[in-house]
Design a binder for this molecule. Structure first.
Ligand SMILES: [Zn+2]
Length: 179
């Protein structure tokens, strides 16, 4: 079965020191949790020491994320680097006629098919780890946020406490007036 996002690293694995570099551009079509505005673009480099397969690279894209306070949609540039190492077993075929080097896939999810890297699986993992955890719109946490007000979202981390105090002070105020 031929997959478009497979990167054949067999040549690299059988020839330690030989480097392969590829430019990658992908929309990550299978990613339901992410709304990419532009394609994920960058490059990957792979080289084997004989015992270790090194994969490095740099990527960036733009994605739509939600403001952590008012859930307004925000466009954010997401950039990340790849720096992964995978153990290799066997003797490279360039050094031994009777054996060949194989990458040892020890990840909890599938990253390789034989000596082929499943590029999108690697990029998806790295991208998900690079998404901003608490993105904020221009109004930030402080001061009024018209978007939050419009949506009826309290949203502030100390919001519930403030609401409680506000209610209490209103109650006290009402008591004052009754006297
Ligand atoms: Zn906001």
């Amino acid at each position: 079965m031929r997959r478009e996002d497979l990167l054949d690293l067999n040549d690299v694995l059988q020839h330690p020191g030989r480097k392969v570099a590829v430019d990658v551009s992908t929309e990550l079509p299978d990613e339901a949790d992410l709304d990419l505005v532009t394609a994920l673009e960058g490059f990957l480099e792979a080289v084997s020491t004989g015992n270790i397969l090194l994969i490095t690279g740099e990527f960036k894209t733009k994605a739509v994320v939600e403001c952590a306070r008012c859930i307004a949609p925000l466009e954010r540039e997401i950039a990340f680097q790849i720096d992964e190492q995978f153990p290799v077993e066997g003797i490279p075929s360039s050094l031994s006629p009777n054996d060949f080097a194989r990458v040892v896939a020890d990840e909890p999810f599938q990253l390789f098919e034989g000596n082929n890297l499943i590029v999108e699986a690697l990029l998806r993992q790295a991208l998900l780890l690079s998404i901003p955890i608490q993105p904020l719109c221009e109004f930030g946490w402080d001061g009024p946020c018209p978007v939050a007000a419009q949506r009826g979202v309290e949203g502030h981390p100390s919001g519930p406490q403030k609401t409680g105090l506000g209610t209490l002070s209103k109650f006290l105020h009402a008591e004052d007036q009754r006297r």
